[in-house]
Design a protein. Structure first.
Length: 95
């Protein structure tokens, strides 16, 4: 029997509707996004233009940037991306 993507997940996702920001390594102003769901290992984000984002970035979860997760994009559609949280990835400091 073939498993669905949700059955292949290592941890359960929780639906959320939280604002967040994407910090890029080029020092540009962090880009707004909305977190749609989250798990221990990753999240699904709504973004303005998924194709314009690099494969790796820091996801700022608090206004001051003290809460963050390093991310790698594992899939993307036009306005939604799925990210995996990456431990030990250098922090991107927002401008």
């Amino acid at each position: 029997m073939k498993r669905t993507p949700s059955q292949n997940r290592k941890s359960k996702r929780r639906e959320v509707w939280n604002g967040a920001r994407i910090a890029l390594r080029d020092g540009s102003t962090p880009k707004a996004c909305r977190m749609l769901d989250i798990s221990d290992g990753g999240a699904r984000l709504e973004v303005a233009n998924a194709d314009a984002l690099p494969d790796h970035f820091s996801l700022l979860l608090s206004y001051d940037g003290r809460m963050y997760r390093h991310c790698a994009i594992v899939w993307r559609s036009e306005t939604t991306i799925g990210v995996e949280f990456i431990p030990d990835f250098p922090k991107v400091v927002p401008a």
